[in-house]
Design a binder for this molecule. Sequence first.
Ligand code: CAA
Length: 284
Amino acid sequence: MSEIESVAVVGAGFMGTGIAEAVAVAGMPVIVRDVDEAAMGRAGERIETSLARAVRGGKLSESDARAARERIELTTSLRAIDQADLVVEAVPEDERLKLSVMEAIAGVVSDGAVVASNTSSIPIAELAQAVSQPERVLGLHFFSPVPVMNLVEVVVALDTNEETIARSRRFVERLGKRPIETKDRSGFIVNMLLVPYLMAAVRMYEEGFASREDIDNGMKLGCGHPMGPLTLCDFIGLDVLYAVCDSLYEEFKRDEYAPPPLMKRMVASGRLGRKSGRGFYDYG
Ligand code: CAA
């Protein structure tokens, strides 16, 4: 069974660039593909900033950061991914978009390549249907910020074969991250536990039961969480969370997964959290 030695990431947003950085820091070459030069420019800046932060925090030497940056190739050409042993799809959480990207990937990758999606809520079984050999498709769900969070959910769909799982697990370990295996069910392990907690905090705030600061401090100082739930909602992005809630609710029809009305209004008003400058808090 061959090891994964080269990687391509399709989608150069916050998650895609984070995945690429983790791969490059682990010593593997990685191609990051997005649709236009503007997206590539933003991706390059994001990677530089994150590597510089790792250097400042003493996680990486200057020369290792430089070497990692040199292993990352940014491109707008889909053809460029055709030699990769693993392709990770990391475009925005929109089912039609993801399906069309999976189809495009399937059109260029080599037969032996593993095809993974970083989706947090779309069934892998659906995405796998866009690929000619669905047995080599699985979910590799990274956590944000990818360079810091040491977990990847390995999502095994109905058709995923053992070889694909084993190669992917070894790849995750090579990144210095811990793989945990889960079936292809909405929310996987982590979001199924995390989302009801976050939504309970949103409802608490919506009802005026406590201030946002007190809700957040309750969990930060009382339970040792690095961020309070409302700060974490802003960090993840309310649009992303809304999509995850919808998918969980659609799958299980349980009230704890239903997005609270306030979330819907905030998404409609463009209050998406940190990335749009305001969410539960203002980020100037
Ligand atoms: N590369 C390597 N290390 C980095 C880094 C980088 N780019 N950026 C930061 N770090 C390191 C720092 O050196 C620091 O390490 P030490 O603790 O050993 O000193 C650590 O990460 C924390 O960094 P900072 O102190 O600079 O930053 P912070 O205090 O603002 O912490 C945070 C930021 C890591 C995001 C922290 O607040 C945290 O862990 N928050 C929770 C994040 C979380 O829950 N993520 C999961 C979201 S859910 C998801 O992603 C799935 C989904 O489908 C929705």
